[in-house]
Design a protein around this ligand. Sequence first.
Ligand code: XIL
Length: 332
Amino acid sequence: MPGRGTARTHAGIPFGGAVQAEHFDSDPSYRQAFLDHCDLVMPMNELKFSLLRPNRESWNFEPADRLVDFAIANGRLCRGTTHVWYGATPDWITRLESEREIAAALGEHVERVSDRYRGRVTDWDVCNEVIAHDPASEGPLRDTFWLRRLGPRHIPDAFALAARADPSATLTLNDYDLEFRGSRYDLRRATMLSIVRQMQDRNVPVHRVGLQAHLYLEKEIDVEGLARFGAELKALGVGLVVTELDLIDWQIEGGPAEQDAAAERSVSAFLDGLLDAGRPAAVVAWGITDRYSWISDVMPREDGKPERPLPLDRDYRPKPWYETLRRRLATA
Ligand code: XIL
């Protein structure tokens, strides 16, 4: 694994982690863990629309700049998330009156941000989580501010804007719940394929689909379904990238041994499906250490025991599943 300052000369599939500015500043071991383990380092939140431009008058590039600079100065790849996400839409945009003003504000944002990070942030989640949670009953698209005000065309429009602003960037459509077994997941995969096809029919570039891969350990991975999904995308010339890998063990009874055994099973099945159809561009974990994870805040365990969502434990010791993952990425 690359150390400080070394160029990225790995074989295999790059492994990455999402970094948060607040811990980056306060915890030197955290910073070091990205250097010790990651080929790719991406800001977790700092490039989201509402953080970059909290109000119409001011931009807040500094935290994102520091993290992107850290990645690049250390020879790491960097990817960005995200221009269009219902979870990071600034209030000021939602108060704009006309469709024209909203579209212009989005255009200005994509242009300015793409331009600033051109050549450094080389892969963008242009749109995040546009598919309805359950496309059968609510969809196919998620009901968001963007859909309500700009209609379904905000998705191809955002990609076209991003392509124009930085023609060299890789453009990714990112979403969750694309790997499990069951009709809701089948439909989410089918919806993703249909969005990609519609964009291609309009000659709008979409280069990759991002699998968030928040893996609920109690759910079964649909190995064949995932492999088929990857193959169908590949036939369309679209690749896969894993963007937010972590493990949700809130339903797993027992302690670290049981949590890690369930993690090993789930990650192995996920990799079986993922690697079947080809090489994902990268596998990025949503953090690096169990010290800091959104899972503990959003999906805490009922028994109050610590969750084990990330590659390294609270003391920065690698988990067995992470070693399995690195081995498989290295030889893929
Ligand atoms: C989460 C971050 O992990 C949190 O730190 C932040 O407060 C909210 O966003 N799906 C996504 C991510 O696409 O952007 C979310 O990240 C987690 C769910």
